[in-house]
Design a protein around this ligand. Structure first.
Ligand code: ADE
Ligand code: ZN
Length: 346
């Protein structure tokens, strides 16, 4: 075999940073039933198979409806911690060495679950992620763009006041009709408080939302961004500025942002010189964790080990991490690549 033979990342996990992961999107059907039973909640599904059968989405909103509904089973701090620990265990097996994790605090507040419970439970599990799973972690509070900006600002003030263990803020939920500029005041406030800023843009929304997120919200990362490929001038800008873009291939297929994986713009994004990395978004709902996303893009595009290592290195360089930790993780990726070349040498 030559070094260009299609690698099998799952047999020797590629060390990678997960930068686009909604913790509520890791709730597996089995855990949904377990938590429902623990909390005396009656689910509108017969069983796990019946729930799984509903994971057929037509667009982002059809997914969000189920995603928000299933959060009903998260009641206590222990529930949030259990969901987070289950994710970390699975992520460790996927090769994840660092994770920057989104939480949707407004979705929990709307159900009467306070910030101390949701943030506290996730943060408790994250606090031992290095010791328990060898994964460094941090938390990003995402605001729901289909809710009023005033509500987001009030929640941000509460998070700042309670010194919530977050490193930054994000912007998610239904994109079309909710441009980034709606949240200018929220992102100005977050930046003034020293928080990192990222935003979903160009998932279903137009390329103009990507420019707006950069120019108005001054984000340092774009989540998704695949619709940038419709605008050559924007692509040139994103390449020149090497803006990190957290691409989630299986999510884009399942939410029908693309027709199928073969037509996903990822190879064209790489060819154009964009700073892309691969992530899993809501792995329980979209048929795969980070390793599954890598396996499937390798299977579809026949990426070689060098391309996979490039994608992983982009994820590490795009992370909100100390230079020292980045150097450590980049060395792990180099070792993976060297091992792969050695293993496949003729
Ligand atoms: N919330 C959870 N997953 C999301 C996605 N893929 N896009 C927007 N908001 C989300
Ligand atoms: Zn997302």
């Amino acid at each position: 075999m030559s070094a260009s033979t299609v690698p099998t990342p799952s047999s020797s996990p590629l060390p990678v940073a997960e930068l686009h992961l909604h913790i509520e999107g890791t709730l597996e059907p089995e855990l949904i039933f377990e938590l429902a039973s623990r909390n005396g909640i009656e689910l509108p599904y017969r069983d796990v198979a019946d729930l799984r059968a509903r994971y057929e989405f037509t667009d982002l909103q059809s997914f969000l409806d189920l995603y928000y509904a299933n959060m009903a089973v998260l009641v206590t701090e222990d529930d949030f911690a259990a969901m987070t620990t289950a994710y970390l265990r699975r992520a460790a097996g996927a090769g994840v060495r660092h994770a920057e994790i989104f939480i949707d605090p407004q979705a929990h507040l709307a159900r009467g679950v306070d910030l101390a419970t949701s943030i506290g439970g996730v943060a408790r599990a994250l606090s031992t992620s290095s010791a328990d799973f060898g994964i460094s972690t941090s938390l990003i509070a995402a605001f729901l763009r289909d809710q009023p900006a005033e509500d987001a600002l009030a929640v941000l003030e509460d998070l700042i006041a309670m010194e919530a263990p977050i490193i930054g803020i994000g912007l998610d939920s239904a994109e079309v009709g909710h441009p980034p500029s709606k949240f200018t005041a929220v992102f100005d406030r977050a930046r003034a408080a020293g928080l990192e800023c990222v935003a979903h843009a160009g998932e279903e929304g137009p390329p103009g939302y990507i420019s707006e997120a950069l120019d108005v919200l001054k984000v340092s990362r774009i989540d998704h961004g695949i619709r940038a490929m419709e605008d050559d001038a924007l692509v040139r800008r994103l390449v020149e500025e090497q803006v990190p873009m957290t691409v989630c291939p299986l999510s884009n297929v399942r939410l029908r942002a693309v027709t199928n994986l073969a037509s996903h713009p990822l190879p064209r994004m790489l060819e154009a010189g964009l700073n892309v990395s691969i992530h899993s978004d809501d792995p329980s709902y979209f048929g795969g964790y980070l390793d599954d996303n890598l396996d499937q893009v390798v299977g579809t595009f026949a990426f070689d080990a060098t391309t996979l290592a490039h994608l992983a290195a982009n994820s590490v360089r795009s992370a909100f991490l100390s230079e020292q930790r980045k150097v450590e993780l980049l060395a792990e990726i180099d070792a993976w690549l060297n091992g792969h070349h050695t293993a496949t040498a003729p």
